[in-house]
Design a protein around this ligand. Structure first.
Ligand SMILES: C[S@@+](CC[C@H](N)C(=O)[O-])C[C@H]1O[C@@H](n2cnc3c(N)ncnc32)[C@H](O)[C@@H]1O
Length: 293
């Protein structure tokens, strides 16, 4: 996919209408006149809203400050968690997408590209990776670190809660490490599912200490030291139109990673199906009468 073809896949993250390329080549323009700059290195700034909500603005600022320390810092966190093998665990997570050469993948919150390198490897040759993040500095570092061969890689600034892509664009989507702090987490889950084709895989993970560890002394200390580890797995934010959901605990069971397949519609219960036999009717009636809500 050429750069110009990449621009054509982008839509206005607010209206979801196509964008046009300005005559000077420096901006993409929405149908209502909103402009999205093409920054140095071809990174498209497709952030929405233009003034980020409080939590997103704070995270963008923090990562923009910390980008040079990030790689070492994050590896240190994983080393503390049961001496976890970061490389093998990242390979496991990316492997959950079952990627094939030639596929088109979106990574949300790609950061400095630690997982992006594995994604690129697995869709090579012929694939397309779109790598997005909220922080210009993190993404700029990713552009310098990644050396793609036989794969098209395109970079964009995008808020995971407002993705600038049409429905059903990608074969798979990956996000690791940011969702706990997104200002609009439920909206982000809807977006990260919307842009994947039915049958495609979504893989999302972040901090959440497994419930059975929370009262052990070392994990209790961890939860006190860094409140992000207290986050619950956001099961209630998963959209209805999915199948084959699986939940894994990784990095010393202090992080979760979930995987699911996008379905074209939500599953349904046939509440008109006749109940098979009186015993069944009685049991269900008894249970319903006993229920308090
Ligand atoms: C902990 S880092 C993870 C980076 C990379 N995925 C990794 O595993 O090393 C979290 C990343 O999410 C990005 N981020 C935070 N909020 C975001 C949002 N609302 N939309 C997109 N990216 C976001 C941050 O800028 C940061 O690069």
């Amino acid at each position: 996919m050429t750069t110009e073809e990449f621009y054509k896949t982008l839509v206005d993250p607010e209206t979801r209408q196509p964008l046009t390329h300005s005559a000077d080549g420096k901006t993409l323009i929405g149908s209502n006149g909103t402009t999205f700059d093409i920054m140095e290195g071809g990174i498209v700034n497709a952030l929405y809203p233009k003034t980020l909500l409080e939590d997103d603005a704070r995270e963008q600022y923090l990562y923009d400050q910390a980008y040079l320390r990030y790689d070492r810092g994050v590896s240190w966190v994983f080393e503390t968690l049961n001496k976890s093998d970061e490389a093998a665990t990242r390979r496991f997570m990316v492997g959950l997408m079952d990627l094939k050469p030639g596929q088109t993948v979106l990574e949300v919150g790609a950061g400095t590209g630690k997982d992006s390198a594995l994604i690129i490897e697995q869709i090579s040759p012929g694939g397309t990776a779109m790598l997005s993040d909220l922080s210009p500095n993190m993404l700029r570092l990713a552009t310098q670190k990644l050396q793609p061969k036989e794969v098209d890689v395109h970079f964009l600034l995008a808020n995971g809660s407002y993705l600038p892509f049409a429905d059903d664009t990608f074969d798979a989507l990956f996000h690791f490490g940011g969702i706990n702090t997104f200002s609009e987490r439920r909206q982000a889950f809807l977006e990260m599912t919307r842009v994947v084709k039915p049958g495609g895989k979504v893989v999302i993970g972040d901090e959440s200490v497994a419930p059975w560890l929370r009262k052990t002394p070392t994990y209790a200390t961890l939860l006190k030291a860094n409140p992000l580890f207290r986050a619950e797995v956001p099961l209630e934010d998963v959209p209805a139109n999915i199948t084959d959901f699986k939940l894994h605990y990784i990095f010393g069971n202090a992080y979760y990673v979930m995987e699911y397949v996008v379905a074209d519609k939500a599953p349904e219960v046939d509440i008109d199906l006749p109940i098979p036999g009186k015993d069944f009717v009685d049991t269900w009636r008894l249970r319903a009468e006993k229920a308090t809500d």
